[in-house]
Design a protein around this ligand. Structure first.
Ligand code: FMN
Ligand code: SF4
Length: 495
């Protein structure tokens, strides 16, 4: 896929040129001209969370690797990734990766599971991360580690790669068709939902017993927790008004507080959304998907299937929902909030700004920097309104060479408390530590958003940074991935 005419950030050779580019294109992203490495850097300042110290302002976002065993245990690849998370020097590990609370809620047959059989494996994952962190940085002081708990809901695929087994809360005018769901496909019953909530409680207890500092109750990216928030059209206890749409969260939190007292709880939230996007049929040719366009939504107004989308114009974000949700988090005593957006399944340019989209994606409908700015601005507005919450920002990887300058400015100006990193850490795990130590970055190791880490799992392979991580580069699975990409290209060209 081509990357259209958007500027490749790797072609800019100075912060000054980057700042000029932002100004000329009216993109509001703060960027410090100079980096202050060392203990005086804004990124090196500790934070306090209910009496617990978080040693610096870098967080690592959760990232699954599709590389667990069939019974939900980590493999060597999983341990390797968690070691890399530890080596990053970031003091806030936001969940490691999404771990399913029930087999039927796994997003793929290789997703990690949390239960009595896997508890010692999950304990070991945490330990190797801490050991590596200590080895790389000299101390595990101020290191806070959570585990992200999930049920994949609409995107469950527990048994066979490529065979979705969705658990849905309501009928969606666009997403049901994409999954081939008939009009009478069963919805999760309220009783089944209560069973899932109990699985979150049991999982949180295990997480606490094996030493995790917090659990993240995932509410993002189209998975079950997120789908509850937009269940306007659902009847019964878990749909309709705000109180019902957040009943799942409240019941999960209430049970965790009683079964695992003292365990901190966080929420990762898709704070805004849009209608699903698809490649523009007018501008797609065989083998070459065009830029993304929204599904035609004129007949679906007001749009009642979104959270954080303007119902009258659902390609426009509206933070009213998120503000109400963050007020609820505050009432529930939850201070740790990670602001994400959209879904990698139906609007990847919103969730994961990218120049080179994954094999099932579309060309960027906008300069990916606009996507970065959108997520940063939402986090800024929410932080401004909820200064007592500890807010982690998302979508910094696309900034590439200028990530440290933007991260420093965002923290210094109070847009966020911590800067979260996803893909960049798959490509270049040592980046946060090198920034904190004031060292120059190795430009050859920067993630350039080639999307292989998303393309691989979409095609049944483990995720990882195939182009840059020496472990994947030139490996047998890298050869398989390039064969799959070639086959895919050929097939679509013949179609
Ligand atoms: C391979 C891969 C796996 C991911 N897995 C998860 C996950 O398990 N849980 C989650 O909340 N987000 C997941 N994400 C999303 C990232 O946490 C992050 O939001 C996204 O990559 C954007 O941040 P970035 O621009 O720094 O990469 C995943 C992303 C990638 C690339
Ligand atoms: S495969 Fe590597 S370079 Fe490509 S987006 Fe993922 S982390 Fe970045």
């Amino acid at each position: 896929m081509s990357s259209q005419n958007y500027l490749h950030l790797g072609s800019l050779h100075s912060v000054d040129a980057f700042q000029r580019h932002l100004r000329e294109h009216n993109i509001a992203i703060p960027c410090d001209a100079e980096l202050g490495g060392g203990s005086g850097s804004p990124l090196a300042q500790p934070l306090m969370l209910n009496g617990i110290k978080i040693g610096n302002r870098f967080a690592i976002h959760p990232m699954e690797g599709w590389d667990g065993t069939r019974d939900g245990r980590p493999t060597d690849l999983t341990f390797r990734r968690w070691r890399n998370f530890g080596r990053s020097g970031a003091k806030l590990i936001w969940g490691g990766e999404a771990v399913a609370v029930l087999h039927e809620g796994r997003a793929n047959p290789n997703q990690l599971l949390i239960n009595e059989d896997t508890r010692s494996d999950l304990a070991r994952l945490r330990e190797v991360l801490i050991d590596e962190h200590r080895r790389a940085t000299g101390s595990a002081d101020g290191l806070l580690i959570g585990l992200q708990l999930t049920h994949s809901g609409r995107y469950s695929q527990p048994n066979v790669k490529g065979r979705p087994e969705p658990s849905i809360l309501y009928r969606h005018p666009f997403l049901d068709k994409r999954l081939g769901l008939s009009a009478d496909y069963p919805l999760l019953a309220d009783g089944e939902i209560r069973g899932i909530i109990e699985a979150f409680h049991r999982s949180a207890r295990i997480a606490r017993e094996v030493g995790y500092d917090f659990v993240d109750v995932k509410h993002c990216h189209g998975y079950l927790g997120h789908e509850f928030l937009s269940a306007h059209t659902r009847e019964g206890d878990y749909g309709g008004g705000f109180a019902n749409r957040t009943r799942f969260l409240r019941e999960v939190v209430e049970g965790i507080r009683s079964i695992a007292p003292g365990l901190e709880i966080s929420v990762r939230l898709s704070a805004f959304d849009t209608v699903p996007f698809r490649p523009d049929p007018e501008r797609s040719t065989p083998g070459k998907p065009g830029p993304g366009v929204p599904e035609p939504f004129a007949d679906s107004l007001p749009y009642r299937w979104g959270f954080g989308a303007n119902p009258e114009n659902p390609i426009e974000l509206d933070l009213t929902d998120s503000k109400q949700f963050l007020s609820l988090l505050r009432e529930l005593g939850i201070r740790l909030v990670n602001i994400s957006a959209g879904s990698p399944y139906y609007n990847p340019h919103v969730q994961r700004p990218t120049l080179f989209p994954p094999s099932d994606g579309y060309l960027p409908p906008e300069d990916p920097l606009v996507g970065v700015a959108r997520q940063m601005d939402a986090a800024r507005l929410l932080k401004g309104q909820f200064p007592d919450l500890l807010i982690v920002g998302t979508a910094y990887t696309y900034l590439q060479d200028f990530l440290p300058n933007v991260a420093q400015a965002a923290v210094r100006e109070g847009w966020v408390d911590c800067v979260g990193l996803g893909r960049m850490v798959l490509a270049y795990p040592e980046l946060p530590l090198q920034v904190l130590e004031g060292r120059a970055l190795d430009r050859k190791r920067l993630c350039r958003t080639f999307s292989d880490c998303t393309t691989a799992p979409r095609n049944g392979l483990p995720s990882g940074c195939y182009p840059l991580d020496p472990h994947y580069k030139k490996s047998e699975i890298a050869a398989q991935l390039s064969e799959i990409k070639n086959r895919h290209r050929k097939k679509t060209m013949e179609a």
